[in-house]
Write a protein that binds this ligand. Structure first.
Ligand SMILES: O=P(O)(O)OC[C@H]1O[C@H](O)[C@H](O)[C@@H](O)[C@@H]1O
Length: 543
């Protein structure tokens, strides 16, 4: 038997006992072995058909090895041609794992999971002559990824570069993207179709971009393979213990999962776990809300999970093993909670709303309830408010005792780094300037004004992650969207919309899905982005 590469430890007696009891019950039902063996009946009749084609991730530590020679050739070719700027166009499960893998391996990867024209322009302006683009989409129909492919194709052609020399496609067999890639002459690496997006870390989706960027993906598979036999065990099964802990705690009301990784050398795993847990469990008005990058409030509904860091439960082990253990644990938590961990029924709704808005012509942005300098405020909750601080206060007050506030910024994630910094400024002065220009700073300012968790997501990235939980999870969320004016929009070649229009339609489409469920949602539109962020942060300080 392989040595345990990963362990789960408990720092709270009550949690350890509750978990042990749940483990005993699951073992008595034979769940650990059944899951390890790929039994699709574990989540009930309704879930069975999908589960039957969604358990391939259990075998990826072995089956993905077959991809290594093909991936090796791609890497060699890219090196030989001097293509050292790797851009990954992919949403949710098609980019979150490579982001962690590359950050942990400390190799650069430019991830495009945005519709912000400024952020996409920034990537385009960066070493186009040395760029290789991985276009990754399981379904092959994701609008953001399709847009990025079209935009890069045009950019390469305009620069006199043949896109077929620079674009690599990862997709499922038979997808429309596979078809388009064959027609265009792009190399295609086909992924295992029996693996869902958020469980695809160890599949071609995780491996291809990471290997191109320079990460050791074989080691990742080795580490996952080492923990795999433990997942069939009744005792010393880290996936079973973690899943039982997550499920049992949530059933007992500890359904806010704070992910803490400050002591870990694995870089950014909470963002990946966030999608896995939120999309898998956030449905049928149930679910576990992952909270990333926040300090605990010591609230009774919080469970702190540490990645090689202190928590009520701590998961230790290398990245490859962590992926597999968290996947197994999420499937177990689904069983404990009585939900189907493999579907995402409410993601589609916002996408359909967006599609309908784009097709209808002029976007129905509405009339602002108030304008506070460079910030327009939309939404019923803001009616009659005198200024932005009052709106923010109302949002905080609207959060129920068991609820959360979420901030969703459809903006350029990297714009804060453009903030002017005095020449010769110290590193501290520089980070202060960035933080003062960063919409994400709003989260920490709001978090110190409430006992409730405040989450933050970049749009449209979060739509493929926590977006499922926002709409499908419990009725206790309060939603703050931020959108911004686009100074220089970007055409999407062959489509009747620009990226900026798509971005706004995505915000409005999601808002429609939230409002339809009577979930409080306010949109702040920054008519001048930099001044708008500054006003927003100043307003939060006044609350
Ligand atoms: O890989 P794709 O088919 O483009 O999908 C990307 C993402 O799209 C959807 O939003 C799903 O809910 C996600 O689970 C998935 O990871």
């Amino acid at each position: 038997m392989a040595a345990p590469t990963t362990s789960v430890t408990f720092n709270e007696d009550a949690l350890a006992e509750q978990t042990a009891e749940t483990v005993r019950r699951l073992v008595a039902e034979g769940v650990h072995e059944a899951l390890s063996g790929g039994d699709a009946t574990l989540w009930g009749e309704e879930a069975q058909a999908e589960a039957a084609v969604r358990l391939g991730w259990l075998n990826l530590p072995l089956t993905s090895r077959e991809l290594l020679p093909e991936i090796g050739k791609l890497v060699e070719r890219a090196r030989a041609e001097g293509l050292d700027h790797v851009v990954l166009a992919g949403m949710g499960g098609s980019s979150l794992a490579p982001e962690v893998i590359c950050a942990t391996a400390d190799v650069p990867l430019t991830v495009l999971d945005t519709t912000d024209p400024g952020q996409v322009r920034r990537a385009l302006a960066d070493r186009l002559d040395r760029t290789i683009v991985v276009v990754a989409s399981k379904s092959g129909g994701t609008v953001e990824t399709d847009s990025h492919r079209r935009i890069y194709e045009k950019a390469f052609r305009d620069a006199g570069i043949d896109p077929a020399d620079r674009i690599v496609v990862v997709t499922d067999p038979g997808s429309p993207l596979e078809q388009a890639a064959i027609e265009a002459g792009y190399p295609v690496i086909l992924a295992d179709p029996n693996v869902g997006g958020r469980y695809s870390a160890l599949s071609a989706f995780g491996l291809v971009p990471s290997a191109l960027a320079g990460a050791d993906v074989e080691k990742l598979l080795d580490d996952a393979a080492a923990v795999r036999p433990l997942l069939a065990q009744a005792e010393g099964n880290p996936g079973l213990e973690l899943g039982a802990a997550l499920g049992a705690a949530a059933l007992a009301g500890r359904d806010k999962l704070l992910l803490e990784d400050s002591m870990s050398e694995i870089n950014g795993l909470p963002d990946w776990i966030e999608q896995l847990v939120a999309e898998s469990t956030g449905k049928s008005a149930k679910g576990i809300l992952p909270v990333v990058g926040a300090d605990p409030n010591e609230a009774s509904d919080e469970l702190v999970a540490g990645i090689e860091s202190d928590g009520a439960v701590t998961v230790s082990g290398p990245l490859g093993a962590q992926f597999l253990v968290w996947e197994y644990a999420t499937a177990i938590a689904g069983r404990v909670l009585g939900i189907d961990p493999f579907n995402q029924p409410n993601v589609t709704e916002s996408k359909e709303n967006t599609g309908a808005l784009l097709a209808a012509g002029e976007l129905p942005a509405g009339t602002p309830a108030l304008v506070d300098g460079p910030v327009e405020v939309y939404g019923a909750l803001a009616d009659g408010a005198k200024d932005l601080p009052e709106v923010l206060t109302r949002l905080l007050e609207a959060v129920p005792g068991d609820g959360y506030l979420t901030i969703m910024a459809y903006l350029d994630r990297e714009a804060a780094f453009d903030a002017p910094v005095a020449e010769g400024a110290s590193f501290e002065a520089m980070t202060d300037a960035w933080s003062a220009a960063d919409p994400a700073t709003l989260r920490s300012l709001m978090a110190i004004r409430t006992e409730r968790p405040v989450t933050f997501g970049w749009g449209p990235r979060f739509l493929h992650s926590t977006g499922q939980y926002h709409k499908g999870g419990p009725q206790n969320g309060v939603f703050l969207q931020i959108t911004g004016a686009n100074e220089a929009d970007l055409e999407v070649p062959g489509k009747p919309y620009t990226l900026g229009r798509l971005q706004l339609a995505q915000a409005l489409g999601d808002q429609g899905a939230l409002v339809k469920r009577d979930r409080p949602a306010v949109r702040l539109h920054l008519t001048d982005r930099a001044a708008g962020v500054a006003r927003l942060l100043a307003a939060a300080r006044e609350v």
